[in-house]
Ligand binder design. Structure first.
Ligand code: GLA
Length: 396
């Protein structure tokens, strides 16, 4: 970690002439979601952990209203004036700083000070929420440079505005909430309706585990996948259920229906719509059971629920792409794995597992071999690694 920070400081001097002592660093981690997949946008409960791999953003105030940015990960300069933020450009990492500036301005925060910045981050393939990590990093840097105090809850809303507004993805608050609120050795339980959370410490009774990340090599962006279509299908299911319970004017979100109302009226749904609702209600129940298992240190039950979540994501929510689903199947049959699912939306990126650390090395080898046999082309760009839960985003 200090290696990357040293490198960023050297590069800030070489590229922009900024002295190391004037450089500040945001560390914005990637996240996993063991339980609560695809229910954040319907205001269901979700669980998360930040991991010990992160996006780093080195920055210093620019001294004027100019934003001057480069990245060790992505090509090209990003440069714009705070008073004339350009619109979204397809597949351009500059969308995150531009979206961060717009989100802050739209919430009435006066920005006078631009930043000179250089970002670095290894995992930009999806699944670990690199997009929210980079969005959060730019928000924190801009707030610091402009002396703006913002609560983590407001930052969650601001980053959501980047994703929903500027980027056009209809996602929920899982990613940015996990990145901002998580703490080492805790499970973060997030109520997506009220944006409140609980940090649940790891029980002493719980055996140790590694988080194993198995990358697929698939890198397509989320806008343009089936993500938004699934959100619309959930809204259709919610609309039908709200009609059935006599509250047609309520916002069509599955979180506005109780489990009991769903049990009574589920026969009003059929086909794909019925499957999406089944995923929402079964996943909400798994979150609840998972929290109990985590509290009592029962990693076997917690892991089994993660694999069940993976199953429901494939069969009810129908959102994984083939390589991700194959990885899920490989992971659940790997020795030492407590539970697995694909990470994030499941259209690209990675699958994750919780694994017995004494079996991690063999598991990594087994997974790589199996994946190589199934998807030789993709496996060339895919690697697997283990990591640990860690603290949320901060300026260090
Ligand atoms: C992506 C979205 C999140 C969430 C997950 C699935 O990461 O950005 O809001 O819906 O997929 O749980």
């Amino acid at each position: 970690m200090s290696e990357i920070i040293d490198q960023l400081k050297v590069e800030m001097y070489t590229r922009f002439g900024i002295q190391p002592s004037d450089v500040q660093i945001v560390r914005s981690p990637y996240r996993i979601c063991p339980l609560g997949a695809h229910i954040d946008h319907q205001l269901g409960p979700v669980t998360a952990m930040a991991i010990d791999q992160a996006v780093y953003l080195a920055f210093a105030p620019s001294g004027d209203s100019q934003m001057r940015l480069q990245s060790l990960t992505f090509d090209g300069n990003v440069q714009f004036d705070l008073n004339a933020v350009p619109d979204k450009q397809e597949s351009d990492w500059g969308n995150y700083p531009r979206g961060a500036v717009r989100a802050l301005q739209e919430q009435g925060h006066a920005l006078t000070q631009g930043i000179v910045g250089l970002s670095a981050g290894k995992m930009n393939e999806g699944g670990l929420s690199s997009s929210a990590a980079i969005g959060v990093a730019f928000l924190l840097a801009l707030e610091q440079a402009n002396n703006i105090n913002v609560t983590p809850e407001e930052n969650i809303r601001l980053d959501q505005a980047i994703e929903n507004g500027y980027l056009g993805l209809k996602n929920g608050i899982l990613d940015q909430a996990a990145i901002l609120l998580s703490r080492k050795n805790h499970l973060t339980l997030i109520d997506c309706e009220s944006i409140t959370h609980k940090l649940i410490p790891k029980s002493r009774a719980m055996p140790p585990f590694d988080i194993l990340v198995a990358q697929s090599g698939l890198k397509e962006a989320l806008v343009g996948t089936g993500y938004n279509t699934r959100v619309d299908e959930c809204a259709q299911a919610a609309g039908l259920l709200l009609n059935a319970v006599g509250r047609p004017d309520q916002k069509p979100l599955l979180g506005n229906i109780t489990q009991q109302e769903y049990n009574t009226h589920q026969d009003k749904l059929s086909g794909d719509i019925a499957k999406r609702a089944k995923h929402f209600f079964s996943e909400s129940a798994r979150v609840q059971k998972g929290v109990e298992a985590w509290q009592s240190g029962d990693l076997a039950v917690f892991g089994r629920l993660i694999s069940e979540s993976g199953y429901s994501s494939v069969h009810n929510y129908e959102c994984g792409s083939e390589p991700l689903i194959d990885l899920y199947h490989i992971l659940i049959e790997t020795d030492g794995v407590y539970g697995a699912r694909f990470s994030g939306a499941g259209f690209r990126g990675c699958s994750i597992a919780l694994v017995d650390p004494s079996k991690s090395a063999a598991a990594l080898e087994y997974i790589q071999n199996q994946y190589q046999q199934k998807h030789p082309q993709l496996a060339k760009n895919a690697s697997s690694f283990t990591c640990q839960p860690d603290d949320g985003a901060h300026i260090q």
